[in-house]
Write a protein of this length. Structure first.
Length: 426
């Protein structure tokens, strides 16, 4: 029998809709060749001969997607959190990223990062590397070894940043990107390239134009940053005075959803026209609540994005966010939505636990296809959670145990099993 064909038995939860959980206590999740055939209270006759993996009293939930993170920033996570974005980039981020010119340093750092990501709740991730093609390939090698499914980008930046991290010209940046793409083409099963202009301020018009052409030629998805910080937004207006709004710069060069699946991180301060364009173009928003707190960027209107049916997922934005934990990310997203409601707009109700969980699973995972749910037809990315060491005198329902796990994962919670598209990772 195919190794990726089995039944998981335990307390199974997944998002039935944006606002509703499916909960089956002591139920059976049927995985056939990596694809869910559904969750049942008893094993259906057609699947009686499949091997059953008994997870006891554990919770079984979909794996989570980290829709935005910077792998090279992992070494300084949790350090230097007292600055806003632009000063933080120059002071902490660019000096660290410049170290990845050294492939030994890159290999060591990316090995640690990949090992930690493997143990986390994340089964899919979309990551920035650095400008360095060799280091970015090492990041891809290390991620491929984990069994997780990821998109990885070699960063492009040719202006308005310290020399240590600036590519000398648009042409060099594009040539190096093509070399990187050719070097990694067909090399991996689970690791794919994504075009990665860092953000509009550090990309010349010539570079953005060239990247738009590469996107078409290689049919690549795109990731970047958008409307994260007020000074950043003013700077984009100065650099690209013809633009109607920040995102219009990316759209002008064919990298804003219409031509390619696109992720824009943050979207904290988007004007109406920008929101409308994102909605029309089906741009994915990576909401990164902890980063928005640490860099004092602001509070993103996530409820609004959900109401508008714009695709939204969650990102840690390592090292803007200090934690790899997607559980922490959900708790932060819920907390931030409460502040938005209390302080900014009382018509935008806070996110519920169900909605936060949806964002971390189906919301972001849909960038990878049918992933993030256990409904029939979805790829089985699954986490087995043991919460017995998060002690309480209460007798809790599976739903309450999940809610508590989101808030208390680091206080005794343990991920004891992890599957990606039906393949056991550990
Ligand atoms: N904008 C441009 N680069 C970065 C980065 O590395 N982190 C964050 N949070 N925002 C950015
Ligand atoms: Fe970022």
């Amino acid at each position: 029998m195919n190794k990726n064909t089995f039944i998981l038995k335990g307390n199974i939860l997944y998002s039935k809709t944006k606002t509703e959980l499916s909960v089956t206590e002591q139920g059976f999740l049927i995985c056939f060749e990596g694809i869910s055939q559904g969750v049942y209270p008893q094993i259906p006759d057609a699947f009686q001969n499949l091997p059953v993996i008994d997870c006891g009293d554990c919770l079984i939930i979909p794996g989570m997607t980290d829709l935005h993170l910077h792998a090279p920033q992992y070494p300084f996570r949790g350090i230097g959190m007292d600055m806003e974005l632009l000063e933080w980039l120059e002071t902490h981020t660019f000096p660290e990223e410049s170290r990845y010119a050294d492939t030994d340093y890159a290999q060591n750092a990316y090995h640690i990062f990949a090992e930690d990501l493997k143990q986390s709740a994340t089964t899919r991730a979309v990551a920035f590397g650095t400008i360095h093609p060799r280091a970015t390939e090492l990041l891809m090698d290390n991620l491929e070894a984990t069994g997780l499914k990821t998109f990885v980008g070699k960063v492009n930046m040719d202006q308005n940043c310290s020399d240590i991290i600036r590519e000398p010209s648009a042409k060099t940046s594009l040539d190096v990107t093509v070399k990187w793409l050719e070097s990694v083409a067909g090399k991996y099963q689970n690791t794919k390239p994504i075009l990665t202009p860092r953000f509009a301020p550090t990309c010349s018009a010539a570079l953005l134009e060239g990247l738009g052409k590469l996107q078409k030629e290689y049919r690549l998805p795109v990731q970047s940053h958008l409307s994260e910080n007020l000074s950043e937004i003013a700077w984009v207006k100065e650099l690209f005075p013809w633009s109607l709004f920040y995102g219009d710069v990316y759209d002008h060069f064919g990298m804003f959803g219409r031509e390619a699946p696109t992720i824009m991180a943050h979207c904290v301060h988007c004007p109406e026209e920008e929101i409308k364009r994102m909605k029309n173009n089906r741009v994915y928003i990576a909401h990164c609540p902890q980063s928005n707190i640490n860099l004092a960027s602001g509070i993103a209107p996530v409820r609004r994005y959900l109401e508008e049916n714009i695709p939204v997922g969650l990102g840690t934005d390592i090292a803007g966010g200090a934690n790899l934990s997607m559980f922490r990310c959900i708790a932060d997203a819920i907390g931030m939505s409460k502040l938005y409601w209390r302080l900014i707009d009382q018509t935008k109700k806070p996110l519920t636990m169900e909605e936060g969980f949806y964002l971390a699973t189906v919301g972001g995972s849909s960038f990878f296809g049918r992933v993030g749910s256990f409904a029939p037809g979805y790829e089985v990315d699954a986490l087995i959670l043991d919460d017995k060491n998060i002690r309480t005198t209460q007798n809790l329902s599976a739903r309450k145990r999940l809610e508590r796990y989101i808030y208390l994962a680091e206080e005794g919670g343990k991920i004891v099993g992890k599957y990606v598209a039906g393949k056991r990772i550990f």
